[in-house]
Design a protein around this ligand. Structure first.
Ligand code: SF4
Length: 359
């Protein structure tokens, strides 16, 4: 069993001829001198190796509804034990969790838990899964993977909430251990990715194809629609056509509302009509399950049968208010199977958010 250990050794790096050490976890490929940290701030060169400085540490633990990740087709209604650490490998100017992701202060990480303690806490609190979220688990891969292994041994599933900006080799290890993922497809232009996140679109698209075609990880996508940046009908057309062509109709898409934050406080919040427009375009292009997020919109929160149009799950934000699925996620009217991970009945966690302490 791996216990809490600050400055944990890591595997994905190599030495360069010029004496620097390159981190090979994400496409940034930071090259570090002794004592330096990467852009994510949590991977550092120490004794000629790259170490993870946040292993076993967290900014806090919270039980959330699975719908908050957001995942609408993965064990609906169940509680998920969620945690994050500090730092991030993207530099999103619109970050909605900037207190954690931009943290350069390790005192953000006041709580600690080993992988085994996390799995035990999930069992004790009745959670069906653990989510690596709030900041991107790519940068704390070793902690997330060890926790996922400990969880799987206890019958607890693992959920990644990520931007998908990760190199192929660590990606294969990481998603091998993830049962579900919500990946941010932040936009569909390289201009947006480079200007507002410091990352590149193509690497994210490759991750999406990899997850969907090469793993057993259940995949949903989220796009935060930011007025004037990524919310044009043309961009949503192109994005949803790409999803149809490369991932098929069954990967749910969530279009969620931006609120002014971090370095984009002068940008207005997303009008609800923009979310509706995006959902309509996705459905027109063949996406079977397109949702609106961060707003009250019953139609946009509802799961419909793709075959006959029957209403299957009605939600109000994170609450399930009506369940109309037959066994194992099938339509009670026509018998079509709804893509996802469903049980015969939903969980009853509701919309609660419950911070907890571990150990
Ligand atoms: S994970 Fe961190 S240190 Fe490694 S390449 Fe990405 S930003 Fe740089």
């Amino acid at each position: 069993m791996t216990e809490v250990n600050i400055n944990h050794p890591t595997r994905y790096w190599h030495k360069l001829e010029n004496g620097k050490v390159q981190c090979d976890v994400c496409p940034r490929l930071c090259t570090l001198e002794e004592g330096q940290r990467g852009l994510c701030f949590v991977r550092a060169r120490e004794n000629d190796q790259i170490v993870l400085t946040t292993y076993g540490r967290s900014s806090g633990f919270c039980i959330d509804p699975i719908e908050k990740k957001p995942l609408n087709h993965f064990l609906p209604g169940t509680p998920v034990l969620s945690f994050g650490t500090a730092g991030c490998n993207l530099t999103c100017k619109f970050c909605q969790n900037w207190d954690m992701s931009k943290s350069r202060e390790m005192d953000t990480l006041q709580q600690a838990a080993s992988p085994a303690q996390l799995a035990e806490a999930a069992v004790q609190t009745g959670c069906r899964s653990v989510a690596y979220t709030y900041n991107d688990p790519t940068i704390f891969l070793e902690y997330a993977v060890d926790t996922a292994i400990a969880c799987r041994e206890r019958g607890i599933k693992s959920v990644a909430v990520t931007a998908g900006y990760i190199e192929p080799e660590p990606r294969a290890e990481f998603f091998h251990h993830m049962d579900a993922a919500n990946v941010d497809l932040k936009a569909f232009t390289e201009r947006f990715y480079w200007k507002l996140t410091g990352a590149h679109l193509q690497a994210v698209l490759e991750t999406l194809e990899y997850i969907h075609h090469e793993t057993n990880t259940w995949l949903e996508l989220t796009t935060l629609l930011i007025p004037g940046e990524n919310d044009s009908a043309a961009e949503i057309e192109a994005m949803t056509q790409w999803v149809m062509e490369h991932l098929g109709p069954d990967v749910p898409m969530h279009f969620s509302a931006f609120h002014p934050d971090w370095k984009m406080r002068d940008t207005p919040p997303t009008p609800p009509a923009t979310l509706v427009m995006a959902r309509d375009i996705a459905r027109k292009n063949g996406i079977r399950h397109a949702y609106t997020g961060n707003v009250h919109n019953t139609e946009g929160d509802t799961t419909f049968c793709h075959q006959c149009g029957e209403t299957l799950i009605v939600r109000d934000w994170y609450n399930i208010v009506r369940w109309n699925m037959a066994a194992k996620g099938t339509c009670p009217t026509c018998g079509a199977s709804c893509a996802g991970v469903f049980e015969d009945a939903p969980g009853a966690w509701g919309a609660r958010r419950l911070p907890i302490r571990i150990a």
